[in-house]
Ligand binder design. Structure first.
Ligand code: FAD
Ligand code: NAP
Length: 519
C-alpha cells in the first residue's frame, strides 16, 4: 500500500532498501521518486479526472473503479484516485491493486499507518464515502459530567475478552490546581506509558495499556498554565496529572469531550499525534552522521521507551513528509559533558544522505527551527530483559541507534546480566558512530565488549572484515553458561537484518531469543 519511498531507486541489494518491515520493494522507473511525485502534484494537473470537484462516493461506485488505469481506494472514509500514483508507489502497483475499488484502510494500517497519505494524496482526493444512516452515539451523560467510568458503549466485546479491564478517570481541584487522576488498574504502568499534550484549550492524555490506548481528550473549561506535572503510582497503576490554573477560580466542570474522549481503543487504531519540537543543537558525529537535539514543548509530557522510534515530520515543497527515527540517550557522552537529566530533550543520531529526500532538509534546519515529533511506536518489550544473562547486539550503520538505550538500560538495570557484546558493522573506520565512547565503555565495564566489522576497510585495518556471516556469528555468539538466558537484538539495512535472522535461526537460536528492529 501507499508508502513513502524512503528508499526509492536503491540498487536491488542496497542498504537503502531498509525501513519497511521486511516487505519487498519494487524498483521504480527513473523519474518516479517521491520528489518527482511531489512535483507532479504541484503541477496543477487534474489527477482525479474530476476537475477539482469533490463527490460523494457510494460503495457501488467505488467498486467500479478497480483497474490500474481507473483505481479508486477508500482510506478512513475518504476516496482517492490512485491511478496517477501507481508508478510512484515503492511497494509496487500490485500491492496498491490489492485495495482497488474497496476500503483499503485495514491493509494500509497493517503496512504503514504512519504514512501521511492525506498530504501525499491530497490532489488525488475524489471525495467522501456516502454515509449510511447509523444510530448516533449518546454522549449526553458524558457531556454533563465529564468524569467517571468508561461508558459501556465504548468497550467492545474484544476488549473485554482480550484487553485490559476498563480504565477510568476522575478530577479534583484546589484553589490553584486541577488534578486529573487516571486509574489504569494495571501494574506495569510508568512515566513512559502516558503522553500528555496541552494546546490552547485542548488537553489530551493517552495512556498505553498493553496494546491499547486509553484517551482523555477534553476542551478545558478554563485556562491553565503551560507546564504541568505527571506522577505515576506504579504499584496501583494510578496516574496523576497536575494542572496549574491560570486564575484561582473554582471550576464547575472540567470541560467538554473531544474526539475519542474517555475511550479505550487498540493502539493500532489511534492516529499518530504530533507536536512541534525545537532544534536545540546539531553536532557532527561522523563525516555524514549528526547528533540532533530536539526540545519538547513545555506543554507536552512524552518519553520514548527503550527500543521504540518516533516519526519526524517536515513539510517539503508543500507536502508533509514523515520518516521514522530512533532516539538515543546521551549516556555514552557523559564523560564529555554533563549528562542532561531533563527529559524534555530528545536526541537523534541521523545519517544525512546527500541524495535523500528528508535528511538534507533536516540538515538544513537552523537552531531554533521546529520539527514535528510523533508519539512513540515499536514492539520492543522491556520484559525481554527479565533474568537476562547474555545480551548480543548486532548493528549495521545507523542500525546502532536502538542499541544505545538498550545498552544503557541493560548495564544499569539488569542484575542477572553477565555479558553484553556489540558487533558493529560499517563500511569504513570513518563510518563508525561513537567508536571511542564504545571503547571507553568496554574498558570501564568488563561485562561489555565491542567488535567492529568493516565491509570496505583500508589496508591499515587489522580488525574483522566482511559482512554478517555464519563464521562471524558462531564465534561471536558464545553463551556465558551452557543454558544462559540470551537475547539477540539486530538492526540495520533490511537485507542485513533479514539475513541475520536466517543465520541466527540456523544457529538454533529461538524466536524468543531474537529481537529484530524493522519499521
Ligand atoms: P531517501 O530519500 O529515502 O533516500 C535514501 C537513499 O536512497 C539515499 O542514499 C539516496 O541517495 C538514495 N536515493 C533516493 N532517491 C534516489 C534516486 N532517485 N536515485 C538514486 N538513489 C536515490 N536513520 C537514521 O539515520 N537514524 C535513525 O535513528 C533511524 N531510525 C530509524 C528507525 C526505523 C524504525 C526505521 C525504519 C528507519 C530508521 N532510519 C534511521 C532511517 C530513516 O527513516 C530514513 O530512511 C533515512 O533517514 C533516509 O531518509 P531520506 O529521506 O533522507 O533518504
Ligand atoms: P551502511 O553504512 O550503508 O551499511 C552498514 C553496513 O551494513 C555496511 O558494512 C554494509 O556493507 C552492510 N550491509 C549493507 N547491506 C547489507 C546486506 N544486504 N547484507 C549484509 N551487510 C549489509 O548503512 P546505513 O546507511 O547507516 O543504513 C542503516 C540502515 O538501518 C538504514 O537503512 C535504516 O533505515 C536502518 N535503521 C533501521 C532502524 C529500525 O529500527 N528499524 C533504526 C535505525 C536504522 P556494504 O559496504 O556492502 O554496503
Amino acid at each position: 500500500m501507499l508508502n513513502v519511498p524512503s528508499q526509492s531507486f536503491p540498487v536491488p541489494s542496497s542498504q537503502q532498501r531498509a525501513a519497511s518491515g521486511g516487505r519487498s520493494k519494487v524498483p521504480l522507473k527513473q523519474g518516479r521518486s517521491l520528489m518527482d511525485w511531489i512535483r507532479l502534484t504541484k503541477s496543477g494537473k487534474d489527477l482525479t479526472g474530476l476537475k477539482g470537484r469533490l463527490i460523494e462516493v457510494t460503495e457501488e461506485e467505488l467498486k467500479r473503479h478497480n483497474t490500474k488505469d481507473d483505481c479508486w481506494i477508500c482510506i478512513r472514509g475518504f476516496v482517492y484516485n490512485v491511478s496517477p500514483y501507481m508508478e510512484y508507489h515503492p511497494g509496487g502497483e500490485d500491492e496498491l491493486m490489492r485495495a482497488a475499488g474497496s476500503d483499503g484502510t485495514d491493509l494500509f494500517d497493517q503496512v504503514h499507518r504512519w504514512v501521511n497519505y492525506e498530504s501525499m494524496l491530497k490532489e488525488c482526493l475524489v471525495g467522501r464515502m456516502a454515509i449510511k444512516p447509523t444510530i448516533p452515539k449518546d454522549y449526553h451523560e458524558e457531556k454533563k459530567v465529564l468524569n467517571g467510568m468508561l461508558p459501556k458503549t465504548q468497550v467492545t466485546d474484544t476488549l473485554t475478552k482480550e484487553g485490559p479491564g476498563s480504565p477510568s478517570y476522575d478530577w479534583f481541584q484546589t484553589d490553584s490546581l486541577v488534578t486529573l487522576v487516571i486509574y489504569t488498574k494495571q501494574k506495569d504502568i510508568n512515566l513512559d506509558s502516558v503522553i500528555v499534550d496541552h494546546q490552547d484549550d485542548s488537553f489530551r492524555a493517552e495512556t498505553i495499556i498493553k496494546d491499547y490506548s486509553y484517551i482523555i481528550h477534553i476542551g478545558l473549561s478554563h485556562e491553565i498554565q503551560e507546564d504541568f506535572s505527571v506522577r505515576v503510582i506504579e504499584n496501583v497503576g494510578k496516574i496523576e496529572i497536575v494542572l496549574k490554573k491560570k486564575e484561582n477560580t473554582s471550576w464547575k466542570r472540567l470541560g467538554h469531550p473531544l474526539e475519542n474522549h474517555n475511550s479505550l481503543i487498540p493502539k493500532k487504531d489511534t492516529g499518530l499525534n504530533y507536536r512541534k519540537c525545537q532544534l536545540i543543537s546539531k553536532e557532527c558525529v561522523t563525516h555524514d552522521t549528526k547528533l540532533f537535539c530536539l526540545m519538547l514543548p513545555p506543554s507536552t509530557h512524552l518519553q520514548v521507551p527503550i527500543g521504540q522510534h518516533v516519526y519526524l515530520k517536515l513539510t517539503i515543497t508543500g507536502t508533509e513528509i514523515v520518516k521514522p527515527y530512533t532516539p538515543v540517550s546521551d549516556f555514552l557522552l557523559s564523560e564529555l559533558k554533563e549528562p542532561v537529566l531533563n527529559n524534555k530533550y530528545i536526541y537523534f543520531l541521523i545519517k544525512i544522505y546527500a541524495a535523500g529526500l528528508f535528511t538534507p532538509e533536516l540538515d538544513h534546519l537552523q537552531i531554533g527551527d521546529f520539527v514535528s515529533v510523533s508519539n512513540p511506536e515499536g514492539n520492543f518489550k522491556i520484559s525481554q530483559f527479565q533474568e537476562l544473562e547474555d545480551l548480543f547486539l548486532l548493528a549495521a550503520g545507523t542500525g546502532f541507534t536502538p542499541m544505545v538505550k538498550i545498552l544503557n538500560y541493560a548495564l544499569t538495570n539488569i542484575p542477572s546480566l553477565r555479558k553484553v557484546k556489540l558487533m558493529f558493522f560499517n563500511k569504513t573506520e570513518d563510518d563508525i558512530i561513537w567508536r571511542s565512547q564504545l571503547e571507553k565503555l568496554a574498558f570501564k565495564d568488563k561485562r561489555f565488549q565491542v567488535e567492529f566489522v568493516l565491509s570496505a576497510p583500508t589496508s591499515e585495518w587489522n580488525g574483522k572484515q566482511g559482512h554478517i556471516s555464519p563464521g562471524l556469528l558462531s564465534e561471536f555468539l558464545k553463551r556465558s553458561l551452557d543454558r544462559s538466558k540470551v537475547l539477540i537484538c539486530i538492526c540495520g539495512p533490511t537485507p542485513f537484518t533479514e539475513q541475520g535472522i536466517r543465520l541466527l535461526q540456523d544457529l538454533n537460536f529461538s524466536k524468543d531469543e531474537i529481537h529484530s528492529f524493522t519499521a
